[in-house]
Structure formats: C-alpha cells, structure tokens
Design a protein around this ligand. Structure first.
Ligand code: PEP
Ligand code: MG
Length: 539
C-alpha cells in the first residue's frame, strides 16, 4: 500500500480504480509478450469495453442533441467489429509477439494513413475516426481515460489538473472522486466537486504519477489522503467513517423542508450554487430553498461553438421548472480568466483575471449578451427567475447592462413572446471597488450577492488559481469581513437584500458572524444546506 497526501477540497470517502485522464499524449511501449492467447483476450475485452462506452455516449448524445449527433458514435462502434480494423492488430500480436497497446497504435496508424492517402476528401477525413477508436481502445488497455465523458464503470479520476471545461463534461455518474497533482482550493474544479458532492483532493504534486494508473484506491476527501492498493485495515476504517458520515446525514433529516431560522426568530434563506441542469437534482435533494447562483457559463464550456438561444432557453427552463416556485438566480456569462472557451477567441492576456472577463465581455459583445438575456427572459415565463450580473465595478456598468436587458424586454414584447417583465436584476459584489460604492450600486440593483472567491482574490491580491500562494490567502482576513459588513449595511439602507454566494458562505466557522452582520441569504454547495440550517437553528 502507498499513501499519498494532498489537500482535501471536497469531503467524502471513495473506493475505486484510479484512472488517469489522457489528453492524447499517450505513447505506447513496444513490449514483447509470450502469452498470445492472454494478450488477444486483453484486446477483445478492451474492444468490448470501448463498445460499451460508445453505446453509452450515443445514447447520451441522442438524448441531449438528437439522432444525427449520436450517429458518429455508432460508426465508431461498428469500426470496433470491422475486420479491416481488427485483423491487422491481431496479426501484430500473433506474429510479432508484441503487446496489444503497441499493436493497436501501429496497425491503426497504418490504416489511418491509407485513409489520408485517398483522393476522396470525405474518405480521407475518416482517418480521424480510426485514430479516435484506436485511442479509445488504448485508453482502456492502459488504464487511462480518453475523455471525461466516457466510461462505463465508476472510477477515481486523476490528472495533473482539470480545466473548468473538462469538469463541465464529466459523466457525473461515473466519477467517484477527483484527484490532481496541481489545483487551488478556490479553483472551479474544487467548486465543481463540492457542488456535485464528489470527494476531491488536489495538490499531490509528482507523487500522483501515471504509474499508479489502473490500481485500486481508497480516499478520504476530508483528510486529503489517497491510499493506493489499500490495506484491509484502511478499507475497514474508511468504510466505518463512510457509515458514520451517512449516519450524521440521517440526523440532519429533521431539518428538511423547514425554514432556516435562528433561536430568536431571524429568518435566512439557504440557496444552492449550481453549474448545470444536472446539478438541480443535488440542489433539491440538499433541500435548497432556491438557486442562489446558477453559473451559466458552464453551458458555454466544453463546446466548439456558442450555445444558441434555444439551447440556453431549454436549460434555464429546465432548471426553473424543476425548482417549482422557488427562486432561481441566473448569473449571466462569467467567462474569461480560468474559464476559457476557444471559440470566444479571447486575446492572450498577461493577467486574465484582471482582463476581459465576465460583464466586460458582455458589454463589449452586445449580441452575445442579448442572446443569453433573451433565453433567460423566455425562461422567466416558467417560474421564479432573477438575473445577476457578475463583476460589476461601477454604477455605469450596471446601467449599461440593465439598458441591454431593457432592449431585450422591448424586443420580446414586440414579438409577443411571453416573459416576466419584472424579473429582479441583482449584482455580484466581487471587487473592492464595488464594495466601496455599494451604497450607489444598491440604489440601482434589486439585490446583492457577495462573491467572496473573487472578492478575496482582488482584495488580498492573491491569484485564486495559484496553489503556491495558499499561505497568503487568508479567507478570514479582517478586510473581507469588513467588506461584507459594509456591503450588507449599504444594501439594507437601500432596502434590498444581501447574500453571499462565494465559498465563504459555507464556512461554518463564520456562520454566526454572517448572521450577526445581518446577511439575508447564503448560497452554498447543496450538500452543506441541512448542516448549515441545523447550525443556524442553534444561534
Ligand atoms: C465568487 O467569485 O465568489 C463567485 C461566486 O463566482 P465564481 O467562483 O464563479 O467566480
Ligand atoms: Mg466570481
């Protein structure tokens, strides 16, 4: 057994096989074999597993995007059975006595080249399918995972780091836990893991090496320990802890469906942060009183092109309908900085966190912004929606954004499209500038939600993505607490509510402080809600 230690960023216990995310950098070794029958069996088992992955992907695509998109995976599945593809691989194993990984890579490279050499443009482009199918088989053989959407058995997914767009595509039923070499506690990978209730440990450094691929592992997201090929006593201890945690969860059930209220009767709202439609189930089972932050930019990540108005409308409508009459606060596009999508063609920036991101992109690309706002307003006809603008720094920015929202409402009215014309428009307080002028902003916003992740980054001048700065990132810094107090005071003076949707909102050691400051709402990962409600009931 080997025990590795990292930084636990999402608690929970998981047991499973460690699979490394492969982004195409795999190099097959030319290993000699002596057991031909055994090697052929490995190959056929891998083909079978790849076929199951493709079936699952086809089904998923069919549901999400329709038959046409599912066809590609069907073609790939047929290739797995095709003798032109399979026979040359078997021949290398049988006659050259070389391992299956090498045989797949070599034979498929030859076949792909034959396609490339064809005159017909369509046929020549099929080389990519050959490579894709070969990569999938090799990924299964080598214990790496070719893409984050594939996989038929639940696994512990490992990588050097995960990008937000990768996390946006995870097949959440199949990822038991996330472990990475790098990563910062405030990163979106950590946030995603907590939202999904998936245990996660980051910052293992080089000790989390690809040599561990395919090994059984057990981890504890609270203590940040990962055991490779765990001993019996470790499995027993962690199984016991898993049971205890489940037991504590059962005790919290008495708070389900209740209001969040302090001993002296002060009521707060406990909302959930979500990144996609798929997270709504977690929000509901966590007993969220609403959605306090729908990170809509995740709809834009992990794609090749902009999601059009209808794709967005369907997603927002889905969330809104699933939440019934509960409030759903949709934050408009917060792309840029660590959340990159190539098709935005954002310029290279020295300091992307201080660059073209969030509302700045929306204000400089009104058509893009309008498409999203149209989708949100249309969804407002189906439930209780609010709009929230990220990274607002000045009253003028808020006015410009609200004017564009006004244009959208006017267009929808002319088109006789139904929507709620009175959708509240709030803003995130994420920069020191917005805190200092929160009295002015409060006159023009319907609510405030404090984004403590960015507020901490910009106040303490600590890049939230830089894990080497963690000792300088004091999230409890007095400056942050004072900023929260000032923002809340100015909100109340103007008669609007003030919440917190950054990670600090879920920090149980600060709940009393927030209650005393007068915070009206906390928007947190769904799994924290019942625990917070029970804590608040004691205050
Ligand atoms: C924040 O900055 O606190 C926040 C909630 O937004 P995000 O983490 O998505 O930047
Ligand atoms: Mg933010």
């Amino acid at each position: 057994m080997i025990t590795l230690r990292g930084k636990g960023v999402s608690s929970g216990i998981a047991f499973g096989k460690l699979v490394f995310l492969d982004r195409g950098g795999y190099v097959a070794q030319k290993n000699a074999i002596s057991d031909v029958t055994g090697e052929l069996q490995r190959l056929h088992a891998a083909r079978k597993q790849a076929g199951e992955q493709l079936n699952a992907l086809a089904l998923d695509m069919q549901t999400k995007l329709g038959e046409e998109h599912a066809m590609l995976f069907e073609v790939h599945r047929m290739m797995l059975e095709d003798s032109d593809f399979v026979d040359p691989i078997m021949k290398i194993i049988e006659t050259e006595l070389l391992c299956a990984e090498y045989a797949v890579v070599t034979a498929s490279a030859r076949l792909a080249q034959e396609f490339v050499d064809m005159e017909d443009e369509y046929m020549s482009a099929r080389a990519i399918d050959v490579r894709d199918v070969a990569n999938r088989i090799v990924a299964v053989l080598s214990g790496t995972q070719q893409d984050v959407t594939a996989g038929t058995t639940p696994i512990i997914l490992a990588s050097d780091d995960f990008t937000p767009s990768e996390t946006a595509q995870f097949n959440r039923d199949k990822v038991l836990a996330l472990v990475s070499q790098a990563g910062a506690a405030n990163s979106h990978t950590a946030i995603f893991a907590r939202t999904m209730g998936i245990p996660a440990i980051i910052g293992f450094g080089a000790s989390l090496s690809a040599g561990l691929a395919g090994k059984e592992a057990a981890l504890d997201g609270e203590t940040g320990t990962l055991h490779i090929e765990p001993a019996e006593d470790i499995i027993a201890t962690l199984t016991e802890k898993k049971k205890r945690l489940a037991g504590e969860q059962v005790l919290l059930e008495k708070f389900r469906g209740k209001e969040t209220v302090t001993r002296d009767g002060r009521k707060l709202k406990l909302y959930a942060n979500i990144g996609s439609v798929a997270d709504v189930d977690a929000a509901r089972s966590g007993d969220a009183e609403g959605i306090g932050l729908f990170r809509s930019e995740f709809l834009y990540l992990g794609r090749d092109d902009f999601p059009d108005e209808n794709i967005q409308y369907e997603s927002y409508k889905n969330v809104v309908e699933k939440m019934g009459d509960k409030l759903v606060i949709i934050r408009t596009l917060d792309i840029g900085a660590d959340k990159q999508a190539d098709y935005f063609h954002l310029p290279h920036e020295e300091n992307p966190a201080l660059g073209m991101r969030a509302i700045r992109i929306c204000l400089t690309r009104p058509p893009l912004f309008k498409t999203q706002l149209r989708a949100i307003y249309r969804a407002s006809a189906h439930g209780n929606v609010a709009i929230m603008f990220p990274m607002i720094n000045a009253a003028e920015e808020l006015r410009r954004a609200k004017n564009i929202a006004g244009e959208v409402r006017a267009e929808l009215s002319v088109e006789k499209v139904s929507f709620n014309p009175n959708v509240p428009i709030g803003i995130m307080i994420e920069t020191p500038a917005s805190v200092i002028i929160s009295d002015l902003l409060a006159e023009e916003a319907d609510f405030f939600s404090i984004g403590t992740n960015d507020l901490t980054q910009y106040t303490l001048a600590v890049d939230r993505q830089n894990e080497t700065l963690s000792e300088f990132c004091d999230t409890h810094h007095e400056a942050i607490i004072r900023m929260i107090r000032l923002t809340c005071k100015n909100a109340h003076k103007a008669g609007i509510w003030c919440g917190i949707c950054g990670m600090l909102g879920a920090d149980a050691t600060l709940t009393k402080t927030f209650v005393d400051i007068g915070i009206d709402e906390l928007s947190v990962e769904p799994s924290c809600i019942l625990k917070l409600r029970s804590n608040i009931a004691e205050m």
